[in-house]
Design a protein around this ligand. Structure first.
Ligand code: CP
Length: 323
């Protein structure tokens, strides 16, 4: 494949290849020299029209660990604020020789437009578009679950048959959409839990179940993924009070205690502490939020390598230090 636009486009084999490649690349982080020469001479552009901390920084770290040149573009402070279009911005980047463009955009469909427009010749990676998809987030979430939930199972570990619960603002969540697609492709059972006003129209066609009762599903879950309530995308009339939301859909210590002992608490970040998750839960050893960020670098290295790396092995055999 040339682009990564949607988790829905990934077959099981595609997804497993990315997860296995990320596993191999994660080992580089344990080496004294964390850099690989694999993408030397290639240019990766991070094109961010919307704010980001984790995704932007980890794509930059991933590209640099593969020795690519990185150009960071933020719409704030650029000629976008003077009205420059996506097309003219893309043509400008193309003129600078971008081999891959990692794009975050407030409009659902912007990465697809970029990939199919002919404005740029390189690969396009969706780093989150509107309320549509965030495929590398779903991949790093699956990577984290696979590592934690199948520890000690050796090769061929998978998430088939696991029960994953995704809780909160499903309506506005590209993370939820991408996770539903990817996790169902990997054979997991996904249950979405949300207030009725935060469930998207047409969810009955998604490969998952829907519940409005968090307490009813917690004891059967292998991982619970708490979502940020996206007030910035929301009409106030849609939303219960913060206190009511936290009482019915927030994860606190008491609820966490009802989960199976092995079950994970996940959050893509940024978190609204005190709303969808209490500080006690966010800071507990069962919460993988920080580990997810670490794993995001390996996943993004794998995606860039598989799109741009060609026939070079992801990790060359290290020269032996023994005589
Ligand atoms: N999870 C995530 O996409 O975080 P950022 O918005 O900080 O990139």
């Amino acid at each position: 494949k040339r682009h990564l636009i949607s988790a829905a486009d990934l077959t099981r084999d595609d997804a497993v290849l990315i997860l296995d490649t990320a596993e191999e690349l994660a080992r580089v982080a344990d080496r004294p020299v964390k850099k690989l020469p694999t993408l030397r001479g290639r240019t990766v552009v991070n094109l961010f029209f919307e704010d980001s901390t984790r995704t932007r920084i980890s794509f930059e770290a991933a590209a640099k660990r593969l020795s690519a040149d990185v150009i960071n573009f933020s719409a704030k402070g650029s000629s976008v604020s003077k009205g420059e279009s996506l097309k003219d911005t893309a043509l400008t980047l193309e003129a600078m020789g971008a081999d891959a463009v990692v794009i975050r955009h407030h409009d659902s469909g912007a990465p697809h437009r970029l990939a199919t427009s002919g404005w740029i010749g390189g690969s396009v990676v969706n780093a989150g578009d509107g309320t549509h998809e965030h495929p590398t987030q779903a991949l790093l979430d699956a990577f984290t679950m696979r590592r934690r939930l199948t520890e000690g199972e050796g090769t061929g570990r998978d998430l088939a048959g696991r029960h994953i619960t995704v809780v909160g603002d499903i309506l506005h969540s590209r993370v939820a959409r991408s996770n539903v697609h990817l996790l169902s492709t990997l054979g997991a059972h996904v249950t979405l839990v949300a207030p009725p006003t935060l469930v998207p129209v047409g969810v009955e066609h998604w490969p998952c179940e829907v519940s409005y009762d968090l307490d009813a599903v917690l004891d059967k879950t292998d991982a619970v993924m708490m979502l940020r309530v996206q007030r910035e995308r929301m009409n106030a009339a849609f939303f219960p009070t913060e206190r009511e939301y936290a009482r019915r859909y927030g994860l606190d210590g008491q609820r966490m205690a009802r989960m199976p002992a092995h079950a994970l608490v996940m959050h893509p970040g940024p978190m609204n502490r005190g709303m969808e998750i209490t500080a006690e839960v966010a800071d507990s050893p069962r919460c993988t939020a920080v580990e997810q960020v670490t794993n995001g670098v390996s996943i993004r290295m794998a995606v860039l390598y598989l799109l741009l790396g060609g026939s070079e092995p992801a990790v060359a055999t290290q020269p032996s230090t023994t005589p």
